[in-house]
Design a protein around this ligand. Structure first.
Ligand SMILES: Cc1cc2nc3c(=O)[nH]c(=O)nc-3n(C[C@H](O)[C@H](O)[C@H](O)COP(=O)(O)OP(=O)(O)OC[C@H]3O[C@@H](n4cnc5c(N)ncnc54)[C@H](O)[C@@H]3O)c2cc1C
Length: 346
């Protein structure tokens, strides 16, 4: 037997423990792909099915090629739209323009591509399935439900002319981003303070919420586009920041960065990368589940500390009328070091 084959089989034989993953979003699927491709037997439980729309800005920023390569998922992002120019406005008009390289791709498409790759590596995927937390189960179930003043809303639009690749709008009632994705479509996604129900539903609710947040010019513009009702989705009951949960957690289940940063998807991938070696150590019997979970948590805390501290601080300013006024005035006068801030939340 050639030496390389012998070594490969030795390493397979040394993987004693299979791993289960609860949650087939970006974090769970990318960890599942990375583990399967290294010979670990992975069963992934996803509460819903694929493809499906998710509340997400669909703007990926900050993820390095080395992370995508380590996870074996670079190919899934090949079809993403390359984005570069960004414009930030408030109800009174433009505040700043900047360059922030990123990728635009719908979760409908991305999660579907990732689950296909996981299956191609021989992983076992159980949809419409939930498992409880246990030893050997990586918790990648996304943001846990908890009381919150926020709602997140999103939908896709066709025939919407963009001034920049990404357009951000902030107001004291919330913030919203427009990102160019595949097939010339635009994803519209925002985080808003909950208000009394207007009775509106679907994309009508999104327009009503935009008007409630004084973003009337944007709402008028969206009314002139083709909003895809089937892509509309909403979410409530979540908080940003560090999350509580089972000991071995990744992605939003571990820590959720405020959405305005456009870095949550990158963090989902990066957290899978942080968890990879600890999970391999467990699979090969070199560490216990408790040790593996603690190691994964320590690597994630170290990697995300700076961006979480900066993003949490900025989030408070962005959603506070006085804070937003100050940030807006600094941005208009060119005194806000936006590129440096952007670097701190990556
Ligand atoms: C309004 C808003 C806008 C955003 N905009 C952006 C943006 O522009 N750019 C960016 O990078 N990030 C953005 N994010 C953040 C980004 O969406 C998340 O960080 C990312 O989806 C986290 O991936 P995840 O895999 O951890 O969780 P998720 O993508 O939430 O996946 C979790 C999965 O677990 C499943 N699940 C839940 N419970 C169970 C269970 N018990 N058992 C099995 N399965 C379960 C769910 O069905 C889901 O498929 C935004 C978030 C919000 C709320």
């Amino acid at each position: 037997m050639p030496l390389a084959w012998g070594a490969a089989l030795d390493s397979l034989a040394s993987l004693k423990h299979p791993i289960s993953i609860a949650g087939g979003g970006l974090a769970g699927l990318s960890l599942g792909i990375a583990l399967q491709s290294r010979g670990v037997s992975v069963t992934l439980h996803e509460a819903s099915t694929y493809p499906r729309h998710r509340v997400c800005g669909e703007f990926i920023s900050g993820v390095g090629e080395e992370t995508l390569d380590a996870l074996g998922i670079a190919g899934c992002l090949e079809g993403a739209t390359r984005l570069q120019s960004v414009c930030w406005s408030d109800p009174a008009g433009k505040l700043a323009e900047l360059q922030a390289p990123g990728r635009g791709i719908s979760r409908w498409k991305l999660d579907e591509l990732l689950q296909r790759r996981f299956l191609a590596h021989g992983g076992t995927l159980l949809t419409n399935s939930r498992i409880p937390a246990a030893s050997g189960v990586v918790w990648a179930a996304g943001r846990p439900r908890q009381p919150s003043p926020w709602i997140g809303l999103k939908c896709h639009a066709r025939n919407l002319a963009m001034t920049h690749d990404l357009e951000m709008f902030t107001s004291p009632g919330g913030y919203v981003g427009l990102a160019t994705i595949e097939e010339g479509k635009v994803n519209i996604c925002g985080l808003f303070k909950q208000r009394r129900s207007t009775g509106a539903k679907g994309t009508g609710l999104l327009l009503a919420v935009l008007r409630g947040a004084s973003l009337n010019a944007l709402a008028d513009r969206l009314e002139g586009a083709d909003l895809e009702e089937s892509s509309f989705c909403g979410v409530a009951g979540f908080q940003t920041g560090a999350q509580e949960g089972p000991s071995f957690r990744i992605g939003d289940a571990a820590v959720m960065i405020p959405p305005f940063t456009g870095n949550g998807m990158s963090m989902a991938f990066e957290s899978a990368e942080c968890a990879l070696q600890p999970a391999l150590n467990y699979a090969s019997g070199r560490s216990s589940w408790t040790e593996a979970g603690a190691a994964a948590a320590a690597v994630q805390a170290d990697r995300f500390r700076r961006r979480m501290t900066t993003a949490n601080l900025l989030h408070r300013f962005l959603l506070n009328p006085a804070g937003l006024k100050l940030l807006g005035a600094l941005a208009r006068s060119g005194c806000l070091p936006i590129q440096a801030i952007l670097h701190l939340v990556r």
